[in-house]
Design a protein around this ligand. Sequence first.
Ligand SMILES: [Zn+2]
Length: 313
Amino acid sequence: MLLNGNSMIDSLDILIRGLIFDKSVNIIAINGRKMVQKARELHELSRVCTAALGRMLLQTAMMSTQLKTETDRLTNIISGDGPIGNIVCTARPNGIVKGYVVNPQVELPPTQEGKLDVAAAVGRSGTLTVIRDMSLREPYMGKSDIVSGEIAEDFTNYYFFSEQQPNAIYLGVRVDTQSGEVLAAGGLMLMPLPDCPDYVLDELQTVLPKLQSLSKMLEEMSLESALAELFDGLGFLELERLEPKFECDCSKERLISVLAALGKEELRDMAEHDKGAELHCRFCNQTYKFSEQELYMIIEETEQTQQNDENFS
Ligand SMILES: [Zn+2]
């Protein structure tokens, strides 16, 4: 049994999109244990921050299914009044996400029920912002108030009031109390289509309490098996299957253009006084070092491109 259990836990992350209730309700489900574990390792997250950032990453990965082209981006920001500070997550299409929390090492005592106190960490008031940057269109920005700091409820409220979309969202991250390792991370979004009949909405209400057990189920079984169990007899139809990942798109190349944009004066100053520069990517916690020579090379390159531009103008 133990062997079997371990092999399940080591299976790849997966995101499944489909329909249930006779094609009248959209469903997105994710098993993102590895994704959340990677975030924990990169940012050295405390237990409560693993749960908070983990829930945001799961939600952001599920929302990435709305992105259409390779350059589309989605950013979710929770700015609560709790001690962990802002949580920022960005998605590319197909469930590729990155994210950070401002104070990743803040730890809080568990709740009376022995659960990680995500609400106290995030804060019970503040704002949730969703930015969709789709090609050929002006970026869309939606905002709503934080209602509980539990993140799933905050997104449910966001969809209902900001996008007039009724929905049910579950997000759960289970963390080993001793080691802090991620045992399971799962999420689910249910969104009735506009013509969804009333009896389906009623039936949906009876399914919702069961969803709370998803992350516990994922400790022992695959996402497919969990969905089969949760929605048994409700006509689940799979439409798409993706492999979500925590992956940052930063690189030294990209940061050279960031430096170049500072301008020659600033770069010369950095080279002369600081003898180099250090840039830090918040999303993956990586530091990029630029030597004095490298800075002079960037100055030279900007001068050349400027001259070329002048020659062509
Ligand atoms: Zn990065």
